[in-house]
Design a protein around this ligand. Structure first.
Ligand code: ZN
Length: 113
C-alpha cells in the first residue's frame, strides 16, 4: 500500500518539525496532494492515524488539500485542467503536454504545541 509509505514520510516530517521547535506534540498537519499522484486521500488519512498512534503526533489532524491537475500545450500554449491523466491537448491534439500542477506531494504546514 503506497499510501502507508507516504503517511510515514509525512509523520516523520511532522515529528521532526516538532522536535526542531522543542514542541511537545504535533496538533495538525497540512499536506498538498496533486490529483494525478494516484494517492487516495482517505487511505492516506487512515495510514497517518494508524502510524501516529503512540507518537507525539497522536490525535493530530491531517488536512489534505487536493491540487487540481493542469497542463499546458507546448504547441499552442493552451492551458487546461483535467481530472484524469491525459496526454494530448484538447485544442490542437498535440501530445506535447507540459504538466503544470497535479504532481504535488508535500507537507505544507505543521502545527505544533
Ligand atoms: Zn495545443
Amino acid at each position: 500500500m503506497h499510501e502507508m509509505g507516504i503517511a510515514q514520510s509525512i509523520l516523520d516530517i511532522a515529528v521532526e518539525a516538532a522536535r526542531s521547535h522543542q514542541a511537545a506534540r504535533v496538533t495538525g498537519v497540512k499536506v498538498r496532494i496533486g490529483q494525478i499522484t494516484g494517492v487516495d486521500p482517505e487511505a492516506l488519512a487512515f495510514g497517518f492515524t494508524a502510524l501516529s498512534a503512540g507518537t507525539i503526533a497522536q490525535g493530530a489532524s491531517l488536512t489534505i488539500e487536493t491540487v487540481p491537475a493542469s497542463g499546458c500545450c507546448r504547441e499552442c500554449r493552451h492551458e487546461f485542467s483535467f481530472t484524469v491523466q491525459r496526454f494530448f491537448c484538447p485544442e490542437c491534439g498535440s501530445a506535447g503536454i507540459e504538466i503544470l500542477s497535479g504532481r504535488e506531494l508535500q507537507v505544507e504546514h505543521v502545527e505544533v504545541d
